[in-house]
Design a protein around this ligand. Structure first.
Ligand code: HEC
Ligand code: HEC
Length: 186
């Protein structure tokens, strides 16, 4: 009798251990998957869905933070491109595919900075003009670039390397100031 009781007791505590370890295992799995979801390198369609950080849409502080991150992440290899020269769809594609960036890859693209940069870029660009038109990957193909340059007829190819020819403030991210030649032109 005593023996049987001991045996039963042993089994019961064993069951308790099993339940506890199963609970811990489940917790680990759920925390793990929450982390992968939050920090997945490729957010696929989630950027468009993620409205923004705050419940009321992008607010000034997240947009400002996004601008700072944009300037530091996106100006290492070429100048920081002003968001308004390309449609929102282009920025979304570029943010969602940092590993496929014109034959290279953009480093330091963690989920939080992607979301903040998205707030900034979305707030400072407009959706593509013609529905179903292909998303432009080069400034040269962008309608908005042309709209922002009513007086300019470009004869040289448009590239991030020659904005400075007419915009002396590019390194300060200033596209308002023009060279004297344009400033004085009618
Ligand atoms: C590791 C270097 C690198 C970083 C960092 C980088 N880019 Fe680029 N980017 C390139 C290269 C290379 C090209 C292609 C340039 C070319 O073909 O003239 C390019 C081209 C572009 C173009 C097209 C410009 C044009 O000529 O019309 C855009 C827009 C652009 N990048 C946006 C971004 C954004 C947004 C970020 C930050 C998320 C970023 N880039 C960060 C390397 C980089
Ligand atoms: C040949 C000279 C020239 C070149 C090159 C040039 N721009 Fe401009 N840009 C101008 C002029 C002039 C204006 C003012 C609008 C006008 O008169 O057409 C302007 C206006 C702008 C504006 C609007 C500024 C505002 O007041 O808000 C932006 C943004 C801009 N340019 C970005 C760029 C970028 C980015 C590049 C390089 C890819 C570039 N520009 C290359 C001459 C130039």
């Amino acid at each position: 009798m005593l023996k049987l009781r001991k045996l039963l007791h042993f089994k019961r505590s064993n069951l308790l251990y099993l339940v506890i370890s199963l609970g811990i295992l489940l917790w680990c799995v759920s925390v793990g998957s929450a982390f992968t979801q939050a920090f997945a390198a490729k957010p696929s369609h989630t950027l468009a869905q993620s409205q923004s950080i705050g419940p009321l849409g992008p607010n000034r502080s997240t947009v400002e933070a996004g601008k700072d991150i944009y300037l530091s992440t996106c100006s290492g290899c070429h100048i920081a491109i002003p968001p308004e020269v390309l449609p929102t769809e282009t920025w979304q594609e570029l943010l969602e595919n940092p590993q496929k960036h014109y034959g290279t890859s953009v480093p330091n693209m963690i989920r939080l900075s992607q979301v903040l940069m998205w707030d900034y870029l979305k707030s400072n660009s407009r959706p593509i003009l013609l529905k179903d038109a292909p998303v432009p990957y080069y400034i040269e193909q962008s309608q908005y670039f042309k709209i922002l340059h009513p007086r300019v007829e470009f004869d040289e190819p448009i590239s991030t390397k020659n904005c400075i020819v007419c915009h002396p403030g590019v390194k300060d991210f200033n596209y308002r100031t023009l060279t004297a030649e344009w400033e004085d032109a009618p």
